[in-house]
Ligand binder design. Structure first.
Ligand code: ADP
Length: 773
């Protein structure tokens, strides 16, 4: 009975798309009609086919529209959309998150939905995870859009501002989610409307929706101002900590998150520095640098947490084993790692403003998403985005065999088992994809394979386009490819190579075998790796090799379980070990979910205040608010200046100075709130709910924001001389940041001590970029 109820009710937040089947079947009846239309007629028919533009924010495609889209796709792309893709198109157009297995053709389904939105008069962003995919998909789908008179473009990291402004006026824009976010941030700081590129946040169709909307949702996109200060020299700190010994001078705590100095360590460092007292306030900076350097040396591992590419540090998103593009660690930790690697230490700049991915997405009028694994996060999507998730079944039955996981007590036993497996499969010519947890682990397996005479292609998460080519060939007869979880994501693995010339032979060898090394921090990530195999009804096998020494198990199994493994591991059967591993993964998933909720909760207050400031800022920029406010404060000075020039010159001055004050004050306020937020978890110890406390303090700190900003503006204008008028605010000695740049950072108020330590330590490094000279 409970199972029946479960089926009826379904996963919380999940939706059934069964209702759309009727429209899709009806579309088949219009096939001949659509095929008989010429290109121009098709475009017209698409627009006429929508009897009404849809209810509210969503679009309900009609059978005629689907028939037109199908014909247009076949005519332009040579691919006739399957019924499943039309179904997905309807579900997307209705504003849902759609789960479709890898290889089922989400790109085309997403483009069809984008076209449906456009003919209903909407503007669409198709948000991808990187430049490579944005460009690839936009170019691939362009002929389809052109036939339908839908304009399309794509924006990437290197798109110049003027082009961005132009592209954002198009009907459909393919772009990485971060680029749109950076544009929103930069637009906020524009001092005139003409400088804005204006992305239109109407409809977003989010690719890899689960990753973007949950895993990465709280990553802040950061707009930073370059400060002229050079960062402190980390080389000395770096050299000093190299003299320290583990267990003597420092201790690594149990969860591998902090590494406090011992008294012996402090003594040694103080001696080396000429007998200073590091706890003296005069040496706070030095102590911070030393702690950061130690952290960088002991806990931050090359090829696991970061790579060094082209003399820069590239962060690895450890959940996905991918390079996180344009990411930095907060503040000083980044510099410390640069010093450790003997690279030029870069300035972190000063945070002008931040925007979380979630905040950005919630600004769109309509959201839709697609991914191979979205139903598992249905509840979160419903909670944070009011988005319902549902599944579109595979077109052809799944023929993949997923073998039950095997669990080993140490790395060597696992390695032996993997070697035995790969030898056997490689001998038969079966292509094998080995999925690892880190770049370092990939290299370790590649070396072991090479020793056994098996050549493997290793994807090391360095270049998206290059990886896409390698991964596309992973289905060749006899190919062995080693990759971290998300390498080459979005790219299809076809059996028998890119053009499937050898499909039959490879299928006969068993199709693609996926060997997964260790479990990922979520079942979704496991499923995505397995999904590489058995595409579109192909045969395939997946095997999973877990070791109890894996980080997931070590970090999330209970002490009691770890102890049991240590003492009686060899007597435990696979079922017992399996339940420990499964539980560790569930715990990791729970931690991520909680963290998402927590971070969101903290951010809400900041986000609301930012909206208030931006609304006032816009009014100031485009209206006479500033003149009114400043005149109220210093009427005589305003009259004096107006007489010396003209009222419009003075209005311009008031406006520019007020904008400067707003931006400077927001920058300070944000830094202040971030510091308060970072410290607030300590309040929990005092029995206060940290969230309530933070909201209370945030409100208090924000009180009087505008009054203070206009007071400040009036103070500055009071001293302006007639000679300084009309020369811009630089003539008054007011500096805006000399340049802005953008990056993403990991952020987590209560969670990772690494983030917290880094941010706390970085406070002293913050220098002000808004300056009065
Ligand atoms: P997903 O993103 O869902 O994993 P893709 O959009 O990359 O899948 O498509 C997978 C493959 O299927 C691509 O090679 C694409 O060319 C092919 N494909 C998609 N739709 C069709 C179709 N209707 N007919 C034939 N091939 C298709």
């Amino acid at each position: 009975m409970r199972r029946l109820m479960g089926r009826l009710v379904g996963v919380p937040g999940s939706a059934s798309f069964r209702g759309f089947r009727r429209i899709v079947s009806a579309a088949n009846e219009h096939r001949q009609w659509a095929d008989d239309l010429d290109d121009a007629e098709l475009s017209r028919a698409a627009r006429e086919a929508l009897s009404s533009p849809g209810r509210g924010a969503v679009v309900e495609p009609t059978a005629e529209l689907l028939a037109v889209l199908r014909t247009a796709a076949r005519r332009t792309l040579g691919q006739e959309p399957f019924d499943e893709q039309l179904l997905a198109c309807c579900a997307l157009a209705a504003g849902n998150a759609v789960e479709m297995d890898t290889g089922e053709g989400k790109t085309l389904a997403g483009a069809l939905a984008a076209a449906a939105f456009v003919v209903a008069g909407r503007r669409v962003h198709v948000l991808s995870v990187n430049d490579y995919l944005a460009e690839r998909d936009a170019e691939w789908m362009q002929p389809l859009f052109e036939l339908l008179d839908v304009s399309v473009g794509w924006v990437g990291q290197h798109t110049p501002p003027s082009t961005r402004a132009e592209w954002y006026r198009l009907d459909v824009v393919y772009a990485p989610v971060s680029e749109v976010g950076y544009d929103v941030l930069r637009d906020r700081f524009a001092t005139s409307d003409a400088d804005r590129v204006r992305p239109v946040l109407d409809v977003a169709i989010v690719d890899e929706a689960d990753a973007v909307m949950t895993d990465e949702a709280m990553s802040p996109l950061v707009l930073a101002g370059t400060s002229t200060e050079t960062p402190e020299d980390f080389a000395l700190a770096d050299a000093l900590v190299q003299e320290l010994d583990s267990g003597v001078h420092y201790a690594i705590d149990a969860d591998q998150a902090t590494v406090p100095l011992t008294d012996a360590g402090l003594d040694l460092l103080e001696n080396r520095l000429g007998g200073v007292n590091l706890y003296d306030t005069a040496h706070t900076g030095t102590l911070t640098r030393l702690n950061l350097a130690l952290h960088a040396h002991v806990l931050v591992r090359r090829d696991v947490h970061y790579l060094v590419i082209d003399d820069t540090i590239k962060l690895v998103n450890t959940a996905r084993g991918r390079v996180a593009h344009q990411q930095r660690w907060p503040d000083g930790l980044h510099a410390a790692v640069e010093a450790k690697e003997r690279l030029t230490v870069s300035s972190p700049g000063v945070v002008l403003d931040t925007l979380t991915v979630q905040d950005l997405l919630r600004r769109y009028t309509t959201l839709a998403g697609m991914s191979g694994t979205v139903v598992a996060v249905a509840e979160e999507l419903a909670e944070f985005y009011s988005l319902r998730a549902g599944r579109v079944e595979r077109r052809l039955p799944n023929q993949r065999v997923d073998v039950a996981q095997r669990i080993f007590l140490d790395d060597q036993a696992r390695m032996d088992a993997v070697m035995a497996e790969i030898r056997e499969r490689h001998r038969e010519g079966q292509p094998v994809l080995v999925g690892t947890q880190s770049v370092a682990q990939s290299e370790q397996f590649a070396a072991a394979f090479a020793e056994a005479g098996i050549e493997a292609q290793v994807l090391n998460a360095r270049n998206d386009a290059h990886e896409a080519t390698v991964i596309a060939e992973a289905g060749e007869y006899g190919a062995v490819t080693i990759s971290t979880q998300m390498s080459g994501r979005g790219t299809d693995i076809r059996l028998g190579g890119l053009d499937e010339h050898d499909h039959r032979r490879v299928a006969a060898s068993g199709g693609l075998a996926v060997l997964q090394i260790g479990r990922y921090p979520s079942g979704r990530l496991d499923a995505q790796l397995r999904g590489r195999s058995g595409r579109q009804g192909d045969p395939g096998t997946t095997l999973t090799f877990v070791a109890t020494t894996d980080e997931l198990v070590q970090a999330h199994a209970t002490n009691h379980q770890l102890e049991k493994i240590r003492r009686r591991g060899s007597q435990l059967d696979q079922a017992a070990l399996g339940s420990i591993v499964d539980q560790a993964q569930r715990i990791a998933e729970g931690i991520r979910r909680d963290r998402h909720r927590d971070t969101w909760d903290f951010n809400r207050a900041i986000s609301r205040q930012r909206d208030t400031v931006l609304a006032e800022r816009d009014e100031t920029m485009n209206g006479d608010q500033a003149t009114v406010e400043v005149s109220r404060r210093i009427p005589e000075e305003i009259d004096r200046l107006a007489e010396a020039s003209s009222p419009s010159v003075v209005a311009g001055l008031a406006r520019d100075v007020a904008l400067w004050c707003f931006d400077e004050q927001w920058c300070d306020h944000l830094a202040n709130l971030t510091e308060i937020r970072d410290g607030i978890h300590l309040q929990a110890l005092a029995g206060v709910n940290p969230r309530d406390e933070f909201h209370r303090i945030a409100l208090r700190e924000f009180h009087g924001f505008f009054t203070a900003a206009y007071d400040h503006a009036a103070d500055i204008i009071r001293d302006v001389t007639a000679a300084q008028l009309g020369q811009g605010i630089a003539a008054l000695g007011l500096r805006r940041p000399s340049a802005t740049w953008t990056y993403m950072t990991s952020d987590n108020p209560l969670g990772s001590p690494m983030d917290r330590a880094a941010r706390a330590a970085g406070k002293w490094m913050r220098t002000r970029v808004y300056r009065i000279e």
